[in-house]
Design a binder for this molecule. Sequence first.
Ligand code: NAP
Ligand code: ZN
Length: 349
Amino acid sequence: MAQVAAYAAPSARAPLGPHTIQRRDPGPHDVQIEILFCGVCHSDIHQVRAEWGDAIFPMVPGHEIVGRVTKVGTSVSKFVVGDLAGIGCFVDSCLVCDPCKRDLEQFCQKGAAFSYNGTEMDRKTPTYGGYSTQIVASERFTLKVPAGLDLAAAAPLLCAGITTYSPLRQWNCKPGDRVGVVGLGGLGHMAVKLAASMGAEVTMLSTSRSKEADARRLGAHAFELTSDPKALKSLAGRFDLLIDTIAADHDLNTYLGLLRTEGAMVIVGVPPAPAAVAAMSLIYGNKKLTGSMIGGIAQTQEMLDYCAAKKITSDVEVIPVQKINEAYERMIKSDVRYRFVIDLESLKR
Ligand code: NAP
Ligand code: ZN
């Protein structure tokens, strides 16, 4: 067992502060990783505030982890000491159920071991995330981080990247498709970059006029202010695909009206309250309303390799861990350009 410096929320809604956790010594199939950077996802805020029901405290959030391998177990073949490595939203699963066999480990029927606010597969040992200086995980659930990527900017690929890459692939995003991205935060800015890289004609749908220039720089061909009813009216029936990243309650019917006949809207954001969908919003036009949760390990590796080849990373504001509570407040006000990333050096001093 190792004593590891971390930042934790002691209870729901309490501010995060310094904390010490224990990490296991690496078993035969494990890698030990010194964490260099960890992205800050809006899911961290939802969970620290217990907005998704029961939560486990003290909670060390963080599932966009990039670091360097410092130890490998005796049977490890994918990594050697000194390699770059990444950990995303989950660290283990049963590997024998149907979703696991189909490379959808996030939907493991026994319940995947999520990287924090969960337990290992023994259902006893709590998991702790990347707001810490070290993590130990099975090599099966550890990603290879391609060389050549800026490491701080690569960290958000482990959640924001895969969460937007996966539905773009599932809905066969291709050159000429009209893709609308709803909400320009961490997920939204990755959706814009990735959809544009796949050749789509991307429209940013945002509540923040001040983000227009950034949206275009990120690759959006058009920008529309969703608070402007005239702008929305002019977009009726336009999009093949909408990726909805909004973390707060909003009216889905408005956006469904922007889909073309047989178009699809994929929800990835998790607003707190259930949304009312009028049957006619779907029936008229054979429209599809669907969801998507992160991506399996194989697809996450595919996404990392794709991003390395296309030189795609996140636009980040690097912060010391001591600024995390302030960063949360800014994210809630949609004031993030476009992902906070913690430099774990700040926890080693
Ligand atoms: P974020 O960086 O805070 O961005 C959310 C964006 O939504 C904001 O920047 C803002 O964009 C827009 N927004 C916020 N409040 C709004 C409101 N009241 N009305 C309309 N738009 C609003 O969050 P994130 O990290 O991208 O995460 C977004 C959501 O996805 C969270 O709920 C998170 O839990 C969820 N998530 C899901 C998955 C998954 O697997 N499905 C994975 C990761 C995260 P504008 O300023 O452009 O309007
Ligand atoms: Zn996340």
